[in-house]
Design a protein around this ligand. Structure first.
Ligand code: NI
Length: 168
């Protein structure tokens, strides 16, 4: 299975909203397989299709944090239909935003509607860490990165650091 290239900030593609998946065909199943391989190999907790250059509304995640008991979840066209409360997501990170961790304000609990990879509708009532991961990944589908939630100053410092690295 090929390891997909993960786009990183400031790649403009990451700022694009994803398009809805209309039919879950062979191409979709193949991208799910490749994304799963890529996510586990990059030690990521979640991955949105837009991060690998595929602008469709599709996310993968696994919050089990245990290699022996993997529990891959796939959501197609996910939508947050309810959100409640506030929590601070401590030291949030992203495979598309290398070398940065920052605290982000998130909803404490959310209700998500989506489809599974067979096209069956599903609902997820999530709170705490799972709710944070889902908000992070669904943000990607709207062209939003976690650094869009931090202060403009912190974001500017990160941008400068990345630009300096790119010049080298
Ligand atoms: Ni991310």
């Amino acid at each position: 299975m090929p390891m997909l290239n993960i786009l990183t900030y400031p790649d403009k593609f990451l700022g694009q909203p994803a398009k809805p998946v209309k039919n879950i065909d062979g191409t979709t199943q193949k991208i799910i397989e490749d994304m799963s391989f890529t996510m586990y190999n990059s030690k990521g907790v979640g991955l949105a299709a837009i991060q690998v250059g595929f602008d469709k509304s599709l996310i993968l995640y696994d919050v089990s944090q245990c290699e022996e008991k993997r529990s891959l979840q796939i959501l197609i066209n996910p939508r947050i239909i309810e959100s409640n409360g506030r929590i601070i997501s401590e030291k949030e990170g992203c495979l598309s935003v290398p070398d940065l961790r920052a605290d982000v304000k998130r909803a404490e609990s959310i209700l998500v509607e989506a489809f599974d990879r067979e096209g069956k509708p599903m609902r997820i009532d999530a709170e705490g860490y799972l709710a944070i991961v889902l908000q992070h990944e669904i943000d990607h589908l709207n062209g939003i990165l976690f650094i869009d939630h931090i202060s403009a100053l912190k974001r500017e410092l990160y941008k400068r650091r990345i630009k300096k690295q790119l010049r080298k």
